[in-house]
Write a protein that binds this ligand. Structure first.
Ligand SMILES: [Zn+2]
Length: 201
């Protein structure tokens, strides 16, 4: 905890004063252009990877960067965040970013004990389609293949949310699937078939 307090002190002393203008503007303005959905994994830092400033990314982080398909009537924090970002903030792009060595995807590939981790096991059911896709393409059991298919499956889930479906129909939002490799710092973009290509070299 002391590390965090020292970090806040450093932020107040060194970082904030250098960006006073930005923070003054942000105090009354919230207009991010991108909804960025990533894993909760501590090694994945959306603002660092994309070199974004405060105010630029609206971030939703879940275990396994899973986006449950739209379920009418359920009090779903992820769905609420998506709807707010798309219908109120008018984001123009949505990125679903998976990553190498994902613990959630490893658990999906290896299986886990629902009696020991009932909440995790229940949540990971949202990766059922990802596992099915991976098995169908012959990559069952490989975490890298699952990570890739999972990003595609979550993009499909995203499109089931009415706000996203409306924005897609009006061509006011674009969906992107990314994979971040922790060990090399590379980011790949997936095409509609799941084929990766380097995002930037
Ligand atoms: Zn992860």
């Amino acid at each position: 905890m002391q590390d965090l307090e020292q970090g806040v002190a450093r932020f107040r002393r060194d970082v904030f004063p250098a960006k006073t203008e930005l923070f003054t503007r942000l105090a009354t303005t919230h207009r991010p252009a991108t909804l960025f959905i990533s894993c909760s994994d501590a090694r994945v830092v959306p603002e660092l990877i994309t070199q974004s400033e405060p105010g630029e990314l609206f971030v939703i982080r879940t275990a396994g960067n899973l986006v449950p398909a739209y379920a009418p009537g359920s009090a779903d924090g992820v769905a609420a965040g998506i709807e707010y970002a798309v219908a109120v903030l008018d984001v123009s792009d949505i990125v679903v970013c998976g990553h190498s060595g994902c613990g959630a995807m490893t658990a999906v590939a290896d299986g886990l004990d629902p009696a020991a981790l009932p909440a995790v096991a229940g949540w990971l059911r949202h990766a059922d389609a990802s596992r099915a896709r991976t098995t169908a393409e012959g990559g069952a059991g490989t975490v890298a293949a699952l990570v890739r298919q999972n990003v595609l499956a979550q993009l499909a889930n995203l499109a089931t949310h009415p706000s996203v479906a409306r924005a897609l129909a009006g061509e006011t939002v674009a969906l992107h699937g990314w994979i971040y490799d922790i060990g090399t710092g590379t980011v790949e973009e997936l095409d509609a078939t799941g084929r990766p290509s380097a995002l930037a070299v």
